[in-house]
Design a protein around this ligand. Structure first.
Ligand code: ADP
Ligand code: ADP
Ligand code: ZN
Length: 216
């Protein structure tokens, strides 16, 4: 399974990705997670990405594309992968086509999580993430068993710096202008499978499984 998961910020990409990667045994490649890891480790990449992310702007394509190319070239991606948060611009999508062509790979599907904009601000502002493993929670919709503690690894839950109401507005604008056009790009390639992202998390995953078909 070679997949992209798409949808606006807060649609539930990361949440569904955790189930998809388990079920299909494929690596979850989240550019957002990669940038956050780099920021935590204060690498050159992290230092560069930080200012963009905190404003809710996109990290430049030149930086992002190289990062993904390197990751997709690793052996664990041979039999499949789940890209989350990439591509986010038309130039990134075109670069991905070329990267996959060079690796002799082909995309199987683009899973689009469709969510009405009205729920996104609440989902993003209420999101909490594990400082250690990145698992996602929500202060009401997806609570951990013990407040402030990650179910998966016991790490502390924090609010992302860019998950504020001010930043979200900009991120939604960036999504509408730069990322949403990608749906048409992939629709022309007959790859898009849309799922309703409102409702029970497990039910949404079941619908994704149905759209994608059996185990691979
Ligand atoms: P994305 O990766 O698309 O930005 P996340 O998976 O991090 O989105 O989800 C954003 C927030 O919404 C998180 O706090 C998550 O717990 C919550 N969430 C995810 N799916 C649902 C859902 N189906 N219903 C309600 N809240 C959800
Ligand atoms: P969300 O799903 O909530 O939008 P992500 O974790 O995917 O959040 O991304 C967080 C931030 O990281 C983005 O707002 C952007 O600044 C940066 N980012 C992630 N992926 C990309 C990308 N493919 N191109 C440019 N910037 C990116
Ligand atoms: Zn954790």
């Amino acid at each position: 399974m070679k997949l992209i998961i798409m949808g606006p910020p807060g649609a539930g990409k990361g949440t569904q990705a955790a189930y998809i990667k388990e079920y299909y045994h494929i690596p979850h490649i989240s550019t957002g997670d990669m940038f956050r890891e780099a920021i935590k480790e204060e690498t050159d990449l992290g230092l560069e990405a930080k200012s963009y992310i905190e404003k809710g702007a996109l990290v430049p394509d030149s930086v992002t594309i190289g990062l993904v190319e390197e990751r997709l070239s690793k052996p664990d991606c041979k039999n499949g992968f789940l890209l989350d948060g990439f591509p986010r611009t038309i130039p990134q999508a075109k670069a991905l086509d070329e990267i996959l062509h060079n690796l002799k790979m082909k995309l199987d599907a683009v899973v689009n999580i469709a969510v009405d904009e009205s729920v996104l601000v609440d989902r993003i502002v209420g999101r909490r993430v594990c400082i250690n493993c990145g698992a996602g929670y929500h202060i009401r919709n997806q609570q951990p068993k013990q407040e402030g503690i990650c179910d998966v690894c016991g790490g502390s839950l924090i609010q992302r710096k860019d998950d504020t109401e001010e930043t979200v507005v900009n991120r939604l604008k960036v999504y509408a202008s730069q990322t949403k056009p990608l749906l048409e790009y992939y629709e022309n390639l007959h790859l898009v499978k849309s799922v309703n992202g409102i409702g029970d998390i497990q039910e949404i995953f079941k619908n994704i499984q149905m759209l994608l078909g059996g185990n691979e």
